[in-house]
Design a protein around this ligand. Structure first.
Ligand code: HEC
Ligand code: HEC
Length: 433
């Protein structure tokens, strides 16, 4: 090939690469999220639940009715407004963060990071859970500090390290001059834009994110081929020897696999001096009053985060307790637990198998399970069948990724503890020696 011709090929190639890189960059939004327009395209392909208010498949009418507040019946206008707000970074102080930054359509409606990153690159203390199926929880957040989706949505917008707006009026001042929004608020709620209606509309949109059509459900419906033999064994363990069902009941009236209660399962106990933290928390709460916004800041920005439900109730029995997280679509929302400290579902199983991390507030339901390696694999296999079919590709990719990662590292595995060859207090004494 002549030098000139070579040069021209190289140039063409170079331009093509540069163009591709630019395209890839434009597909990226700040803080590592996929660009909002790309996310919306993916959302369109997911054929969401209806906005007519009828109960979705596999949800009993009474369970569904219980999730919808009296003043926020589902209508297509409310859902459309909520959707626009959910993807709008103008709701943040510097215009870089939307709900969808941390609850990214392309990442299981979470950010797949240990802890979330808000405006100015600030990191919080907690892992962002998925918003899929969140309407079925009887309280929102890891510590249940918000009751409804409508209340929840108003907090991140005003939290200084998430979206950072000073107050609700500032939000309305910013978007209230947009004539599209004015029309949409009018159509949705027959009144001028208000911050309460921002929360309501986002809640309505989130109620279309019902993702309950998984191989596990088809198997339960009677399709014996929908799950592998190992996953079926995994379900027997889940409901028996592994005792998962005690806190993660999964059935028609508890569709997402959470008892909606709070337990200390010893996730980050080893790093904590719970006694002194609890004392500090009571002092802070007495100083600041316990408005929702004060709680929100303590939970996301300070060491007190690890106290979990205690911050909300001030009950000693709630120290280090967090809400039982749902198991739906869990395969595509790694890393796991309130602090994002576990990278794979094998890590989660190793944690439960050894009886969690000993601490004075550990839930009585957590003790060594004596599961063999094969049994651990079977429960993990079951968890991978709980992903909605619309996220099947992501599920398959995660299965490979997590499997490969677990083949190189199992940081939580402790076979001696799991098999009760050594008891937690004996291990502690040995370490102290
Ligand atoms: C900076 C990242 C970030 C942004 C922006 C953000 N969230 Fe979250 N979200 C989180 C984190 C972290 C949590 C968990 C916090 C906790 O439990 O204390 C959470 C929790 C939630 C939950 C509770 C789910 C559950 O299982 O309890 C819902 C619902 C939710 N967010 C919706 C939203 C909506 C709606 C918006 C926009 C108004 C939003 N989030 C903006 C990070 C973010
Ligand atoms: C005593 C109640 C209890 C039992 C028993 C229990 N869990 Fe959990 N589970 C929880 C709580 C509470 C959390 C959240 C804890 C935290 O983040 O600190 C959780 C979190 C999880 C998570 C992480 C979800 C996420 O999105 O981060 C998975 C996966 C899970 N549990 C699976 C299981 C399996 C499998 C079993 C049986 C081996 C089991 N759990 C037994 C209460 C329980």
């Amino acid at each position: 090939m002549g030098a000139r011709r070579w040069l021209s090929v190289a140039c063409t190639l170079g331009f093509a690469l540069a163009a591709e890189r630019a395209a890839a960059q434009s597909a990226k939004a700040p803080h590592g999220a996929l660009a909002m327009s790309e996310q919306e395209k993916r959302l369109d392909k997911l054929s969401l639940g209806g906005s007519s208010g009828a109960p979705p498949a596999r949800v009993t009418p009474s369970t569904w009715a219980a999730t919808i507040p009296a003043d926020n019946a589902l209508t297509p206008e409310r859902v459309a407004l909520g959707r626009k707000l959910f993807f709008d970074p103008r709701l943040s102080a510097d215009g870089t963060v939307a709900c969808a930054t941390c609850h990214d359509v392309s990442r299981g409606f979470t950010d797949q990071r240990p802890v979330a990153e808000g405006i100015g690159g600030k990191l919080g203390r907690r892992n962002a859970p998925t918003v899929l199926n969140a309407m079925f929880f009887t309280s929102q957040f890891w510590d249940g500090r918000a009751a409804l989706l409508e209340d929840q949505a108003k907090l991140p917008i005003l939290n200084p390290i998430e979206m950072g707006m000073p107050n609700g009026d500032a939000v309305i001042a910013k978007i209230g001059s947009d004539s599209d929004y004015v029309k949409m608020f009018q159509a949705a709620y027959s009144r001028a834009p208000s911050y309460d209606d921002v929360g309501r509309a986002i809640g309505a949109f989130e109620r279309t994110l019902v993702f309950l059509d998984a191989p596990f459900d088809r198997w339960q419906d009677g399709d014996s081929k929908a799950m592998s033999a190992d996953a079926v064994k995994g379900f027997a363990l889940f409901s028996g020897k592994a005792r998962c069902v005690a806190c993660h009941p999964i059935n028609a009236s508890s569709p997402i696999g959470s008892d909606n209660r709070f337990h200390n399962i010893g996730v980050s106990a080893r790093h904590q001096d719970f006694e002194s933290l609890a004392g500090k928390a009571l002092a802070e709460l007495a100083k600041g009053g316990d408005s929702q916004q004060v709680l929100d800041r303590l939970a996301l920005e300070t060491d007190l985060s690890e106290l979990g439900r205690f911050l909300v109730t001030k009950r000693r029995s709630d120290v280090g307790s967090f809400k039982t997280q749902q198991l739906r679509n869990v395969a595509v929302t790694a890393p796991y637990m309130h602090d994002g400290s576990m990278q794979t579902l094998w890590d989660v199983m190793d944690h439960y198998n050894k009886g969690g991390e000993a601490n004075p507030y550990l839930d009585g339901g957590i003790e060594p399970l004596a599961l063999s390696d094969e049994e651990v694999d079977q429960v993990v296999e079951l968890l991978f069948t709980m992903t909605d079919r619309r996220l099947g590709d992501e599920n398959a990719r995660e299965m490979t990724r997590q499997h490969d990662l677990a083949a190189t590292q199992r940081p939580f595995r402790d076979t001696a503890l799991a098999m009760r060859k050594v008891l937690p207090f004996e291990q502690r004494l040995q370490k102290e020696k």
